[in-house]
Each structure stands twice: as structure tokens, then as C-alpha cells.
Design a protein around this ligand. Structure first.
Ligand SMILES: [Zn+2]
Length: 81
């Protein structure tokens, strides 16, 4: 990834390992990251501006290695009850 060619990354992936990988590359290349998620009735949108230091990252919000129950929209669904 060459950061001068990419202005912004929008992450709508469906699992933590992909999100951590996208987060790592964006943080390293200081590419702004927009992270969107939808599970059941929840929608979540986070913007990380890695151009301004210090900036928190996806990893700061959802620390890796902690026992977070992964809820994928493929298995949990969106807007069901
Ligand atoms: Zn972080």
C-alpha cells in the first residue's frame, strides 16, 4: 500500500482478524480509517485520523487478545428479533 495513492480506507469487514489487519496497515501508513459495523439493531461508525498524532486506533477500542465475543452479521444477522 502506498499512502500517497490512498486517501482513505473504509473497513466494513466482518471479523476481528481482518479489522486488526486493516487497522495495522492504516496506522503504519498513516492512512485515515473509517470503520463501519452493523449487527442486529446496532450500527457503529468510527473514524480514526492517523494523520494527526497521537490518534487512537481500532486496537485501542477493541484490544486484541481480550475475550470479546465476535458477532458476525453473517451468523448473528442484521435487524432481526
Ligand atoms: Zn491503538
Amino acid at each position: 500500500m502506498q499512502d500517497e495513492l490512498i486517501d482513505l480506507v473504509i473497513d466494513c469487514t466482518d471479523n476481528f482478524s481482518a479489522r486488526y489487519a486493516v487497522n495495522r496497515v492504516c496506522h503504519k501508513t498513516r492512512t485515515p480509517l473509517v470503520s463501519g459495523a452493523a449487527v442486529e439493531w446496532e450500527g457503529r461508525l468510527m473514524v480514526f485520523d492517523f494523520k494527526s498524532e497521537p490518534s487512537p486506533c481500532y486496537h485501542c477500542v477493541f484490544p486484541e487478545g481480550e475475550d470479546i465475543k465476535e458477532r458476525r452479521c453473517a451468523t448473528t444477522g442484521i435487524l432481526h428479533h
